[in-house]
Design a protein around this ligand. Structure first.
Ligand SMILES: [Zn+2]
Length: 512
């Protein structure tokens, strides 16, 4: 383990194995990946965790319906998620499955801690329950007093004897926590929502079931298995060594970012910090909830049959085109509406035209006018300030998870450079035999391309690496160390340049 570098821990939700990977899952996962890649370039000791949630009644029933053991069914589907992430160049460091022995040990240890602290008690309860959310609702939280606000389906009136987590005891501590750490829920609108929920009063929630066998038994009462949130959420601790490897755990905990969709905000920003407090651990540093990715104005769902698989879009746009669209066109925070046409338009404008053309024309001119050799770059070209501004803006905005703003600044640099070429017209300078001026202008542009490849590499890793190679640079941009490598003037003169096929071929039609 590197001890000099800063730990940085980022997670996606663990995805439910009864689902198939769709672009909503991919959205969160790509966002986490960009952040992980960016922090690695800063030399951080990154742990990027994703994985699958594999217990519960729905998994048990789906497996039974197929004549399979639950674990086999879970394995098949967990592998589909893993494949989807491999296909999108997701650089997770750990892929957790809640059926792993390490997770069972962590869940049982945390349950025991909370039970010993007196915050888990046997009780009977009746309330209005949504099976889809695995949550109790109060009547005034329901649509029309009867339907789940997330699923729109009627809730059930349930009476049960179960173990309950005494969430109601944590109202004051949660409010104090969020007063002390206003950054702990983002964006600000979501923070206000969470504060509102807590101030309305919190209800204890059930953490066990006797009716299910597919789960982790409570350590003090094996008739019960842990239910949903007291299983799934604990994965974030399991992956960094809880409970046995205290040294590793305290290195990465509290987590820097839990990236989640807003439908699981309550569980992550109310239940989870309280569970951690009850277990004597620190709450997350930041829960960042993004909006829904809508398709045709509606949330994706199996029943509406409007789920889109990442692979369908990767076939048309490539891995980089997919990643770029979801983080730049779909702002990370509010709801976004997916449209194929908008994706084509954005791809053509930003990737094929701005990025692709810049790389293409600069490399072509450098090969034609400078013999394919990097000329001496000057220290004071007119693009120096713009390159430095782009780096500063990207750094500041990724610090706020503003992907669209951050990479927008890099694309501003690309547009400035394209305008600079138009203005300087190196083809005219070349025709006039002004060799030194040609070398100066193209040297500026090549150095800018180096910086663009570097800064864009977290979001378009494949094209950035190829551009880096064509610039005659060794290694890959993602292996470079910021901030030093972002400083102007590091393209080695004399290196061999290579032109090549377009990095982002234009997509001509609106439909594939
Ligand atoms: Zn629901």
């Amino acid at each position: 383990m590197e001890t000099m570098s800063e730990p940085f821990y980022v997670t996606t939700p663990i995805y439910y194995v009864n689902d198939a990977p769709h672009i909503g899952h991919a959205y969160t996962t790509v966002a986490a990946d960009v952040l992980a890649r960016w922090r690695r370039m800063w030399g951080d000791d990154v742990v990027f965790l994703t994985g699958t949630d594999e217990h519960g009644l729905k998994v048990q029933r789906s497996a039974e319906a197929r004549g399979l053991a639950p674990l086999d069914w879970a394995t098949t589907n967990s592998d589909l998620f893993r494949q989807a992430w491999d296909d999108l160049d997701i650089t997770y460091d750990d892929y957790i499955r809640t059926t792993e022995p390490r997770h069972r040990a962590a869940v049982q240890a945390m349950l025991q801690r909370v039970y010993d602290a007196g915050d888990i008690e046997l009780d009977s309860y009746e309330g209005l329950y949504c099976v889809g959310c695995e949550l109790y609702y109060k009547e005034d939280e329901l649509e029309g007093g009867t339907n789940c606000p997330i699923h729109g389906a009627p809730v059930e009136h349930v009476v049960e004897e179960n173990y309950f987590f005494r969430l109601s005891r944590y109202e004051d501590r949660l409010l104090q926590h969020y007063a002390d750490h206003p950054e702990a829920v983002q964006p600000a609108g979501k923070r206000n929502e969470v504060l509102g929920l807590i101030k309305q009063g919190l209800q204890d929630f059930s953490i066990s079931r006797t009716s299910i066998s597919w789960g982790i038994p409570l350590p003090w009462d094996a008739e019960h298995v842990a239910y949903v949130w007291f299983d799934a959420l604990i994965n974030y601790c399991t992956a960094v060594g809880y409970p046995d490897d205290r040294e590793q755990f305290t290195r990465y905990w509290p987590v820097n970012y839990h990236l989640i969709g807003k439908d699981i905000l309550r569980q992550h920003a109310v239940y989870w910090p309280a569970m951690l407090m009850a277990a004597g651990e620190e709450p997350p540093q930041c829960v960042f909830a993004h909006g829904y990715l809508l398709v045709g104005g509606e949330k994706m769902s199996k029943t509406r049959l409007n789920q889109i698989a990442p692979a369908d879009l990767v076939a048309d746009f490539g891995v980089d085109g997919f990643r770029y669209h979801f983080l730049v066109d779909q702002r990370f925070g509010p709801d976004g509406d997916f449209s194929y046409e908008a994706m084509v338009a954005r791809y053509n404008a930003d990737l094929a035209n701005n990025f692709g053309n810049l790389a293409n024309r600069v490399l072509n001119m450098a090969v034609n006018y400078c013999g394919g050799i990097v000329p001496d770059t000057r220290a004071d070209g007119p693009l120096v300030q713009q390159a430095s501004d782009a780096f500063a803006a990207l750094t500041a905005l990724l610090g706020e998870l503003d992907y669209a703003g951050g990479f927008g600044a890099v694309w501003d640099l690309i547009r400035h450079t394209n305008a600079y070429i138009e203005d300087q017209a190196p083809w005219a300078l070349n025709k006039a035999g002004e060799t030194a001026a040609v070398a100066a202008v193209l040297g500026d542009c090549l150095e800018t391309l180096r910086i663009v490849a570097l800064l864009a590499s977290p979001i378009i890793p494949q094209a950035a690496a190829e551009l880096w190679r064509r610039l005659g640079l060794p290694g890959r941009p993602e292996d470079q160390r910021l901030p030093e490598v972002a400083a102007w003037g590091q393209l080695p003169p004399g290196a061999n340049l290579e032109k090549g096929t377009p990095l982002f071929p234009r997509i001509e039609s609106g439909e594939a």
